[in-house]
Design a protein around this ligand. Structure first.
Ligand SMILES: [Zn+2]
Length: 283
Protein backbone atom coordinates (compact mmCIF):
# COMPACT_ATOMS: atom_id res chain seq x y z
CA UNK A 1 0.00 0.00 0.00
CA UNK A 2 1.35 3.35 -1.04
CA UNK A 3 0.19 6.34 0.91
CA UNK A 4 0.05 9.54 -1.04
CA UNK A 5 0.12 12.96 0.57
CA UNK A 6 -1.17 16.23 -0.81
CA UNK A 7 -0.48 19.60 0.74
CA UNK A 8 -2.79 22.17 -0.74
CA UNK A 9 -2.20 25.82 -0.01
CA UNK A 10 -4.39 28.85 -0.29
CA UNK A 11 -2.53 32.11 -0.88
CA UNK A 12 -4.44 35.21 0.09
CA UNK A 13 -3.42 38.38 -1.67
CA UNK A 14 -5.40 41.33 -3.01
CA UNK A 15 -5.78 40.66 -6.70
CA UNK A 16 -7.47 42.63 -9.43
CA UNK A 17 -10.16 40.38 -10.91
CA UNK A 18 -10.05 40.10 -14.66
CA UNK A 19 -13.31 41.01 -16.35
CA UNK A 20 -13.60 37.98 -18.61
CA UNK A 21 -13.61 34.37 -17.46
CA UNK A 22 -10.67 32.37 -18.69
CA UNK A 23 -11.38 30.10 -21.60
CA UNK A 24 -11.63 26.38 -20.96
CA UNK A 25 -11.40 26.48 -17.18
CA UNK A 26 -10.39 23.20 -15.60
CA UNK A 27 -10.01 21.72 -12.13
CA UNK A 28 -7.72 19.03 -10.76
CA UNK A 29 -9.18 16.01 -8.99
CA UNK A 30 -7.17 14.34 -6.22
CA UNK A 31 -6.67 10.59 -5.82
CA UNK A 32 -9.17 10.08 -3.01
CA UNK A 33 -12.83 10.37 -2.18
CA UNK A 34 -14.81 9.65 0.96
CA UNK A 35 -16.94 6.52 1.11
CA UNK A 36 -19.09 7.05 4.16
CA UNK A 37 -21.05 10.01 5.41
CA UNK A 38 -21.58 12.07 7.40
CA UNK A 39 -18.00 13.25 7.42
CA UNK A 40 -17.09 13.99 11.01
CA UNK A 41 -15.41 17.39 11.24
CA UNK A 42 -13.80 18.42 14.54
CA UNK A 43 -12.79 22.03 15.18
CA UNK A 44 -9.92 22.10 17.66
CA UNK A 45 -10.17 25.31 19.67
CA UNK A 46 -6.94 26.97 20.77
CA UNK A 47 -5.56 30.41 21.65
CA UNK A 48 -6.16 31.64 18.09
CA UNK A 49 -9.76 30.56 17.87
CA UNK A 50 -13.01 32.09 19.02
CA UNK A 51 -16.56 30.69 19.08
CA UNK A 52 -17.21 32.99 16.11
CA UNK A 53 -14.54 31.19 14.07
CA UNK A 54 -16.06 27.82 14.94
CA UNK A 55 -19.37 29.23 13.71
CA UNK A 56 -17.65 30.40 10.52
CA UNK A 57 -16.35 26.88 9.90
CA UNK A 58 -19.84 25.47 10.49
CA UNK A 59 -21.23 28.03 8.05
CA UNK A 60 -18.70 26.92 5.43
CA UNK A 61 -19.86 23.29 5.75
CA UNK A 62 -23.50 24.38 5.46
CA UNK A 63 -22.74 26.54 2.43
CA UNK A 64 -20.95 23.69 0.67
CA UNK A 65 -24.09 21.61 1.11
CA UNK A 66 -26.26 24.47 -0.14
CA UNK A 67 -24.15 24.79 -3.28
CA UNK A 68 -24.27 21.03 -3.87
CA UNK A 69 -28.07 21.15 -3.52
CA UNK A 70 -28.16 24.08 -5.91
CA UNK A 71 -26.16 22.07 -8.43
CA UNK A 72 -28.30 18.96 -7.86
CA UNK A 73 -31.53 20.82 -8.59
CA UNK A 74 -30.14 23.04 -11.35
CA UNK A 75 -28.59 20.23 -13.39
CA UNK A 76 -30.70 17.26 -12.29
CA UNK A 77 -27.66 15.38 -11.01
CA UNK A 78 -28.12 13.52 -7.72
CA UNK A 79 -24.68 11.93 -7.55
CA UNK A 80 -23.57 14.02 -4.53
CA UNK A 81 -26.71 13.96 -2.41
CA UNK A 82 -25.07 11.49 0.02
CA UNK A 83 -22.61 14.15 1.22
CA UNK A 84 -23.33 15.15 4.82
CA UNK A 85 -21.26 16.61 7.65
CA UNK A 86 -21.30 16.12 11.40
CA UNK A 87 -19.83 19.06 13.27
CA UNK A 88 -17.87 18.90 16.51
CA UNK A 89 -16.05 21.53 18.55
CA UNK A 90 -13.32 20.45 20.97
CA UNK A 91 -14.58 22.37 23.99
CA UNK A 92 -18.28 21.62 23.44
CA UNK A 93 -18.90 18.16 21.99
CA UNK A 94 -15.44 16.74 21.49
CA UNK A 95 -15.07 13.42 19.71
CA UNK A 96 -12.04 11.18 19.25
CA UNK A 97 -13.52 9.74 16.09
CA UNK A 98 -13.24 12.30 13.30
CA UNK A 99 -12.42 12.41 9.60
CA UNK A 100 -11.27 16.01 9.37
CA UNK A 101 -9.51 18.16 11.95
CA UNK A 102 -9.69 21.95 11.66
CA UNK A 103 -7.05 23.91 13.56
CA UNK A 104 -6.27 27.63 13.72
CA UNK A 105 -2.84 29.19 13.34
CA UNK A 106 -1.56 32.52 14.63
CA UNK A 107 -0.10 33.71 11.35
CA UNK A 108 0.82 32.64 7.86
CA UNK A 109 0.90 28.86 7.65
CA UNK A 110 4.23 29.10 5.88
CA UNK A 111 6.08 32.24 6.88
CA UNK A 112 6.57 34.78 4.13
CA UNK A 113 4.30 33.00 1.66
CA UNK A 114 1.00 34.70 2.49
CA UNK A 115 -0.43 31.22 2.93
CA UNK A 116 -3.61 31.42 4.97
CA UNK A 117 -4.95 27.90 4.60
CA UNK A 118 -3.45 24.45 4.29
CA UNK A 119 -5.15 21.09 3.84
CA UNK A 120 -3.10 17.93 4.23
CA UNK A 121 -4.66 14.71 2.99
CA UNK A 122 -3.23 11.19 2.98
CA UNK A 123 -4.83 8.28 1.16
CA UNK A 124 -4.34 4.73 0.01
CA UNK A 125 -3.61 4.84 -3.72
CA UNK A 126 -5.23 1.47 -4.35
CA UNK A 127 -8.52 1.93 -2.53
CA UNK A 128 -8.52 5.73 -2.87
CA UNK A 129 -9.61 5.82 0.77
CA UNK A 130 -8.48 8.87 2.74
CA UNK A 131 -6.64 8.18 5.98
CA UNK A 132 -8.38 10.09 8.74
CA UNK A 133 -7.90 12.73 9.72
CA UNK A 134 -7.45 15.08 6.83
CA UNK A 135 -6.13 18.22 8.50
CA UNK A 136 -7.21 21.76 7.69
CA UNK A 137 -5.17 24.66 9.07
CA UNK A 138 -6.49 28.22 8.89
CA UNK A 139 -4.77 31.38 10.05
CA UNK A 140 -6.77 33.83 12.14
CA UNK A 141 -3.92 36.36 12.38
CA UNK A 142 -3.81 35.90 16.16
CA UNK A 143 -7.60 35.94 16.40
CA UNK A 144 -7.94 39.26 14.57
CA UNK A 145 -9.29 37.83 11.29
CA UNK A 146 -12.92 38.49 10.39
CA UNK A 147 -15.67 35.90 10.43
CA UNK A 148 -15.93 36.16 6.63
CA UNK A 149 -12.19 35.63 6.18
CA UNK A 150 -12.21 32.39 8.19
CA UNK A 151 -15.41 31.26 6.49
CA UNK A 152 -13.95 31.88 3.01
CA UNK A 153 -10.65 30.12 3.75
CA UNK A 154 -12.61 27.20 5.25
CA UNK A 155 -14.77 27.06 2.09
CA UNK A 156 -11.66 26.71 -0.09
CA UNK A 157 -9.99 24.16 2.20
CA UNK A 158 -13.15 22.04 2.43
CA UNK A 159 -13.03 21.78 -1.35
CA UNK A 160 -9.62 20.11 -0.85
CA UNK A 161 -10.97 18.01 2.03
CA UNK A 162 -13.62 16.63 -0.34
CA UNK A 163 -10.95 15.75 -2.90
CA UNK A 164 -10.66 18.75 -5.22
CA UNK A 165 -7.35 20.23 -6.33
CA UNK A 166 -7.07 23.74 -7.73
CA UNK A 167 -9.00 25.31 -10.58
CA UNK A 168 -7.14 26.94 -13.45
CA UNK A 169 -9.32 30.02 -13.61
CA UNK A 170 -9.48 32.96 -11.24
CA UNK A 171 -13.02 34.01 -12.17
CA UNK A 172 -16.27 32.49 -13.34
CA UNK A 173 -18.72 34.51 -15.43
CA UNK A 174 -20.45 35.85 -12.31
CA UNK A 175 -17.89 35.82 -9.52
CA UNK A 176 -14.56 34.53 -8.22
CA UNK A 177 -13.57 30.86 -8.53
CA UNK A 178 -13.46 29.31 -5.04
CA UNK A 179 -10.79 26.75 -5.88
CA UNK A 180 -8.27 29.10 -7.49
CA UNK A 181 -5.05 28.97 -5.50
CA UNK A 182 -5.06 32.72 -4.85
CA UNK A 183 -8.00 34.53 -3.34
CA UNK A 184 -8.88 38.16 -2.94
CA UNK A 185 -10.25 39.57 0.27
CA UNK A 186 -13.60 40.98 -0.79
CA UNK A 187 -16.93 39.20 -0.90
CA UNK A 188 -18.39 35.90 0.11
CA UNK A 189 -17.17 32.84 -1.80
CA UNK A 190 -19.20 29.89 -3.03
CA UNK A 191 -18.21 26.83 -5.08
CA UNK A 192 -18.54 27.11 -8.85
CA UNK A 193 -20.33 24.73 -11.18
CA UNK A 194 -16.86 23.53 -12.20
CA UNK A 195 -15.99 22.66 -8.57
CA UNK A 196 -19.17 20.67 -7.95
CA UNK A 197 -19.10 19.07 -11.41
CA UNK A 198 -15.52 17.99 -10.65
CA UNK A 199 -16.74 16.39 -7.41
CA UNK A 200 -19.45 14.46 -9.26
CA UNK A 201 -16.75 12.96 -11.51
CA UNK A 202 -14.41 12.26 -8.58
CA UNK A 203 -17.14 10.47 -6.65
CA UNK A 204 -17.83 8.36 -9.74
CA UNK A 205 -14.19 7.24 -9.63
CA UNK A 206 -12.29 9.65 -11.89
CA UNK A 207 -9.17 10.06 -9.77
CA UNK A 208 -6.09 12.17 -10.50
CA UNK A 209 -7.50 13.90 -13.53
CA UNK A 210 -7.93 17.43 -14.75
CA UNK A 211 -11.47 17.99 -15.98
CA UNK A 212 -13.49 20.67 -17.75
CA UNK A 213 -17.17 21.52 -17.72
CA UNK A 214 -19.35 20.01 -20.44
CA UNK A 215 -20.78 22.54 -22.89
CA UNK A 216 -24.28 22.40 -21.41
CA UNK A 217 -23.21 23.56 -17.94
CA UNK A 218 -22.42 27.28 -17.61
CA UNK A 219 -19.32 28.25 -15.65
CA UNK A 220 -20.74 30.22 -12.76
CA UNK A 221 -20.83 30.55 -8.99
CA UNK A 222 -23.45 28.40 -7.25
CA UNK A 223 -24.46 31.32 -5.09
CA UNK A 224 -26.72 31.24 -2.11
CA UNK A 225 -29.65 32.96 -3.82
CA UNK A 226 -30.96 29.92 -5.62
CA UNK A 227 -30.47 27.24 -3.00
CA UNK A 228 -32.73 26.17 -0.16
CA UNK A 229 -31.50 27.25 3.28
CA UNK A 230 -29.81 24.46 5.26
CA UNK A 231 -31.84 25.09 8.39
CA UNK A 232 -34.82 27.30 7.49
CA UNK A 233 -36.03 29.37 10.38
CA UNK A 234 -39.77 28.88 10.06
CA UNK A 235 -40.88 31.66 12.36
CA UNK A 236 -38.59 34.34 10.95
CA UNK A 237 -39.81 33.69 7.41
CA UNK A 238 -43.47 34.19 8.27
CA UNK A 239 -45.19 37.38 7.05
CA UNK A 240 -45.86 40.00 9.77
CA UNK A 241 -49.62 39.41 9.75
CA UNK A 242 -49.14 35.69 10.45
CA UNK A 243 -49.78 35.95 14.24
CA UNK A 244 -53.21 37.46 13.45
CA UNK A 245 -53.99 34.64 11.02
CA UNK A 246 -52.92 32.09 13.63
CA UNK A 247 -55.15 33.80 16.23
CA UNK A 248 -58.13 33.73 13.86
CA UNK A 249 -57.50 30.08 13.08
CA UNK A 250 -57.33 29.25 16.79
CA UNK A 251 -60.63 31.03 17.41
CA UNK A 252 -62.29 29.23 14.49
CA UNK A 253 -61.15 25.88 15.88
CA UNK A 254 -61.92 26.66 19.50
CA UNK A 255 -65.33 28.30 18.94
CA UNK A 256 -67.17 25.13 17.83
CA UNK A 257 -65.50 23.11 20.61
CA UNK A 258 -66.54 25.68 23.23
CA UNK A 259 -70.07 25.76 21.86
CA UNK A 260 -70.26 21.96 22.04
CA UNK A 261 -68.92 21.97 25.58
CA UNK A 262 -71.56 24.50 26.59
CA UNK A 263 -74.30 22.43 25.05
CA UNK A 264 -73.02 19.30 26.79
CA UNK A 265 -72.61 20.97 30.16
CA UNK A 266 -76.16 22.25 30.29
CA UNK A 267 -77.96 18.88 30.39
CA UNK A 268 -75.38 17.58 32.84
CA UNK A 269 -76.12 20.47 35.17
CA UNK A 270 -79.85 19.88 34.94
CA UNK A 271 -79.30 16.18 35.50
CA UNK A 272 -77.37 16.83 38.70
CA UNK A 273 -79.96 19.28 39.88
CA UNK A 274 -82.84 17.01 39.05
CA UNK A 275 -83.90 14.62 41.80
CA UNK A 276 -85.39 12.35 39.14
CA UNK A 277 -82.04 11.69 37.45
CA UNK A 278 -81.31 7.99 37.15
CA UNK A 279 -77.63 8.69 37.27
CA UNK A 280 -77.87 10.28 40.69
CA UNK A 281 -77.33 7.64 43.38
CA UNK A 282 -79.01 9.93 45.87
CA UNK A 283 -82.29 9.69 44.03
ZN1 LIG B 1 -5.90 25.46 -2.22
Amino acid sequence: MLILVANLLLVYTPVVPSSAAATLPSIDLEGFRWNSFPLRVLVDMNAWSTPDYAAAVHEALDDWLRSIWNYTSSFNDTSLTMIRFAFYVSDINRTDNYNALVTFAAGEIITGSETVGLTTARWNNQTHEPISPVTVNITTYSATASHLFVRNVAMHEFGHMLGLGHASSQNTVNGPELMYYVSSRNGILFPSTLDVYGLTLLYRGMYDQTVQLPADIPYKVLSEGTVPPATPNFWENLPPYMPLLVAIAVILVLAPILLRLRRKSKPEQTAQESPQSQDDPQA
